[in-house]
Design a protein around this ligand. Structure first.
Ligand SMILES: [Zn+2]
Length: 136
């Protein structure tokens, strides 16, 4: 074991691929290409350090997530199944509306409206969803 550290300084880790000069560098498993300029950036990078373009948001188990972590699909599911209680309103941060739905949950109205809003959420584009609900 005495010779273990005698490999000289800066023994290279056998981890990631070394950028071969002249050849095209391979894309590592934790890397992706920028959606705009094609630069090699980290998978988790939100903004390309090269061109500054925001990357497509991470896709979670519930589909695309807004910048604030809200999921359009989750909101739609809440509206569909728990619309009578305003669950999707609470989820989207519209607490006032949520309370209103809750107050009228004994009528059929919030349930029907919740299902309609769930459908509207599902057909809404991710961009629209992010603009309306994804920034708070
Ligand atoms: Zn870029």
């Amino acid at each position: 074991m005495d010779d273990f550290a005698a490999n000289g300084p800066e023994a290279p880790n056998n981890g990631g691929p070394q950028a071969a000069p002249g050849g095209p560098a391979a894309k590592g498993s934790d890397e992706k290409y920028c959606a705009d300029c094609g630069a090699r950036i980290k998978v988790r990078a939100e903004i390309c350090p090269k061109c500054g373009v925001r990357q497509i948001p991470l896709t979670g188990a519930l589909g695309t997530l807004a910048p604030n972590g809200k999921s359009k699909l989750a909101a739609a599911l809440f509206g569909f199944f728990l619309g009578s209680f305003g669950a999707h309103k609470f989820y989207l941060g519209q607490t006032g509306w949520g309370i209103l739905y809750l107050v009228f949950c004994w009528t059929a109205i919030p349930g029907v409206v919740g299902i309609i809003e769930a459908i509207l959420l599902l057909v809404m584009s991710d961009e629209d969803f992010n603009r309306k609900h994804g920034m708070a």
